[in-house]
Structures are given as C-alpha cells and as structure tokens.
Design a protein around this ligand. Structure first.
Ligand code: ZN
Length: 298
C-alpha cells in the first residue's frame, strides 16, 4: 500500500542535517525538539517558537536521550552508559554503565516507561551478531537487564493502557509486542506483531499516536509506516525523499506534527548526490496526534 495520503507537505527542517540522526523527542514544557547524532556524540535541539538551534558535543557516542522531571537536565544512554547531562553547564554525570566491559557495543534507542524508568538497549558497533541487550534504569539508579541476544535495540513504546510494550530488534525484522506489568515493570509473552518484508527494509525507531497506532521508521525503504496493532496491518505510509529513515516522534503545540529523523551515514557519493536531504529531520501532519513524553523519575 502506497501513497494513501498526498504527502506534499513533507518538509525538511533547515540546519537539521546529521550523520546518524536518531531519537527525536518532544519536550512540551519547553516547546523543544531534541534529537541525537549518534556517532558524532551530539545532543541537538531546536526551540520551536524561536527556531533557535543548539547542540552539545559529548566526548563519546550517544544512542538516545530522555527527559527528566527537571527540564534543565536530560538523561543519556551514551558510550559511557547511563548518564545525566546538565544543559546549562554541559556537565555529564555518570549514573551506571552496564556494558563497561563490552568495548564492541554501543547504546542505541531508548524511552521512559510509564513508571518513569529509562529503558535503553545496545548493539554491536559493527552491526554484526546479537551481542546487544535491553536495560532498564530505575528511579534508584539500579540497572536491570530485560533482554539478551539483541542485534540492534530499537523502537520502544508503551500503549496508553500501560499493559503492552512494543519493541523492535531491527535484526529480527519485526515489530514485537510484550505484556507489560505496570506495577513491576516486568515484560513477558513476546510475540511478533508484524513482520517487515524485504521490500520494506529494516524497522528502526517507533512512536505511538493517541489512537494507539504505531509509526515505524523503515531504514533502507524511504518511508514511515503506520501499523494498527489490532489488525496487525500497515494502514498508512509516508514516503520520504531519503532512504535511511531512522525514527519519528510527535510534537508541536498540540502534538500534531510528526518529526522524522534520517541519516546519511554509509551512503556512497552517488547516493548522497541523489539524496541531498539525507540526514535531515522532516515534518509532516497526518491528522492524528501523539502523546506527551514521559519523564524519568529519580
Ligand atoms: Zn534506531
């Protein structure tokens, strides 16, 4: 299914080009969009009201970021593990690195769960094998390993009923669902919600809308798809002018703007010439709203 809607409104945000843009995240308190450039170790943001762009470059890679109850401080899953970044002082405070001994891995995508815990997973830097894991950082700074044998940890979201966790291991080429226990944070009963066909590339980052549908970025397939988790089918598709689509998140005043991150890493010169906007963040409005980001509670 292609071109369900007319997507002439897909617009790149100027100055948003990254090598491996990921983890778009809306802070409704500040009207601010955050994202990361993973291998460059950059945390970037844009203030929607002023259009002002800024970034902090870390001394290590940064897989993802999350909001805390203090808008001045964000959480990171970085090359040095879980950490806190103060946006004014740029001081990074380490919390815990569950993979300090595993040099070949790095952190990738992550999100805050309905209990206020920060979940983030890892992958091999060379993309090979299943050496990654999924971790959960709780309010007491304790880290628990939730999954092992992960190729590339991605696409974490929880439904509004807080009883289901959706997860993507990009290497498995599927969008999976688990039962989620709100009182304990335990996940169980893993099942495949939707397998991604070869023509659709690799499922990467994911968000959920107010109607409970999932929006999944397809790396290598120039698109974002909307999945109905009840019928387990693709119900909408957004086509982009770039191949490596990494993640998406709703934001804007009323959460009606979908921000889509992309990447130009690994593209040949010819591909880069064909995809001059690769690495940009794109925006679109699809007539559905997203949900407010949750905060880490410490
Ligand atoms: Zn990703």
């Amino acid at each position: 299914m292609k071109n369900v809607l007319n997507h002439s409104s897909i617009t790149p945000i100027e100055q948003s080009i990254t090598e491996l843009g990921e983890s778009p995240l809306w802070d409704h308190r500040l009207n601010r969009l955050y994202w990361v450039d993973i291998m460059q170790g950059k945390v970037l943001w844009m203030d929607m009201k002023t259009g002002h762009h800024s970034f902090i470059k870390l001394a290590t890679s940064v897989g993802t970021l999350a909001l805390s109850d203090d808008p001045e401080q964000i959480l990171l899953a970085s090359g040095d593990g879980f950490a806190r970044l103060h946006l004014q002082t740029e001081i990074v405070t380490a919390i815990h690195d569950p993979e300090a001994e595993i040099a070949g891995n790095r952190f990738n995508d992550g999100k805050i769960d309905p209990r206020g815990c920060f979940w983030a997973g890892t992958m091999a830097i060379d993309g090979q094998g299943t050496a990654g894991s999924l971790y959960c950082l709780d309010a007491d700074s304790q880290v628990e390993r939730k999954l092992i044998d992960v190729a590339c940890s991605n696409g974490l979201v929880w439904n509004q009923a807080h009883d289901t966790f959706y997860y993507i291991d990009t290497g498995k080429r599927s969008v999976d669902a688990f039962d989620y226990d709100l009182s304990t944070g335990v996940i169980s009963n893993r099942r495949i919600l939707l397998s991604i066909g070869e023509e659709d590339g690799y499922p990467d980052g994911m968000t959920i809308d107010a109607e409970g549908a999932l929006w999944v970025a397809l790396w290598g397939a120039s698109s974002v798809i909307r999945i109905d988790p009840v019928s387990q089918t693709i119900i909408q598709r957004i086509d982009l002018p770039v191949s490596q689509v990494t993640s998406c998140a709703f934001g804007g005043d009323d959460f009606s703007i979908l921000f889509i991150t992309t990447a130009n890493i690994g593209l040949t010169d010819t591909q880069k010439a064909n995809e001059p906007l690769a690495g940009s963040i794109f925006t679109t409005e699809e007539g559905v709203k997203g949900l407010a980001s949750t905060f880490y509670k410490s």
